[in-house]
Structures are given as C-alpha cells and as structure tokens.
Ligand binder design. Structure first.
Ligand SMILES: CC(C)(COP(=O)(O)OP(=O)(O)OC[C@H]1O[C@@H](n2cnc3c(N)ncnc32)[C@H](O)[C@@H]1OP(=O)(O)O)[C@@H](O)C(=O)NCCC(=O)NCCS
Length: 155
C-alpha cells in the first residue's frame, strides 16, 4: 500500500523526474513547479512506495474562492491501475471542499481517455473544449464537478 502525504520542496527532484517523463514536451519548468508547491493557495500531495515517489497531484484552491482547479496529476507507469490516481484525486477534492470551493475545474487532453474516465467516475462532467490548447494542436476538454458532492470511497 502506498502512502500519501503533503508535498514539500524536498520532493522537487523526484517530482520533476516524473513530470518530465510523463508530460514532455508540455512539462512544467522546475521554477513553475516549485512556485506551485510553495504557494499558500495550493495543496500538493505525493504518493510514496518503499521510499520512492510514485505519484503526485496538486489543486489550486485559494481560501475564500468559490472555484478550485486541479492543476496536475501523475502516477509512475509501473504503479498505474492500482487506485493511486483515484486516491490522490479524492484527497484533493476533500481539500477543495474544506477550503470553501463550490466548483472544481480541470483541463484534460482530448487524446487522454484514461484520465477522462477517471474524472468522469469521480463526478466530473464536460463543460466545453478549448481548441488546440496543447502543443501539437490537441484540444483541451474542460471538466467541472460540484465540490460539495461527497467523494467516493477508495478503490
Ligand atoms: C491518469 C492517471 C493519473 C491515473 O492514475 P492511476 O493510478 O492509474 O488511476 P487509478 O488506478 O486510480 O484508476 C482510476 C480509474 O481510471 C481508469 N484509468 C486510468 N488509466 C486508464 C487508462 N489508461 N485507460 C482506461 N482507463 C484508465 C481506471 O480504469 C480506473 O477506473 P476504475 O477504478 O473504474 O477501474 C495515470 O494514468 C497517469 O499518470 N497518466 C499519465 C499522466 C496523465 O495523463 N495525467 C492526467 C493529466 S490531465
């Protein structure tokens, strides 16, 4: 069983290794990632197994704001399909609700049906499409969920 805890800047090297491997050429810079992790308006989580970082995810949920945004989520390939993505998302959704958000938004590549399936199963619905949002001309699908809807149990 993997453990999930809040991320801090000591996790940056391991997060960036997974970030580049997962999202290049759309990966964030080290500077952007460190700003995200350190921001008072975000919550970033890491998942660890045997002392190794195997996933991370973050949400922007400023205190007092009615909107929250899932910023990113990644699970290392060898650890996918074991429920970790769902557990990370459920913790972020809990956090967004506790910080007062009413709606939680996210963007996902139109050519990423696996992630879309995860989000739909968590209660997200499609709001619209941003054409050619990603490099290579891939559309972004914008999804939204009611933040106050209870999260599902862990898989
Ligand atoms: C998307 C991602 C975070 C899911 O993490 P995970 O730990 O594999 O997800 P889980 O094991 O919790 O699975 C959650 C659900 O999503 C579905 N799912 C996940 N990946 C899938 C895939 N490639 N194809 C179809 N369904 C998939 C699973 O079937 C599961 O549903 P179930 O519980 O009904 O079986 C992971 O695949 C990943 O890191 N992908 C690359 C990065 C990425 O696409 N991030 C999202 C950017 S918006």
């Amino acid at each position: 069983m993997s453990g999930i805890r809040e991320a801090d800047l000591r996790d940056l090297d391991a997060i960036m290794a997974l970030e580049s491997a997962t999202f290049a050429p759309d990966d964030w810079s080290r500077e952007s990632m460190s700003r995200e992790i350190a921001s008072e308006h975000t919550r970033y989580l890491v998942a660890e197994q045997g002392g190794e970082l195997v996933g991370y995810a973050g949400v922007l949920a400023p205190s007092g704001s009615t909107d929250a945004d899932i910023q990113t989520i990644a699970v290392a390939p060898a650890h996918r399909g074991a429920g970790l993505g769902r557990r990370l998302m459920n913790e972020l959704l809990d956090y967004a609700a506790s910080s007062g958000a009413r709606g939680v938004f996210l963007e996902v590549r139109a050519d990423n049906p696996g992630a879309q399936h995860l989000y739909t199963s968590l209660g997200f619905a499609v709001l619209g499409v941003r054409p050619r949002y990603y490099k290579g001309g891939i559309d972004a699908v914008v999804m939204k969920r009611d933040a106050r809807e209870p999260v599902r149990g862990e898989a």
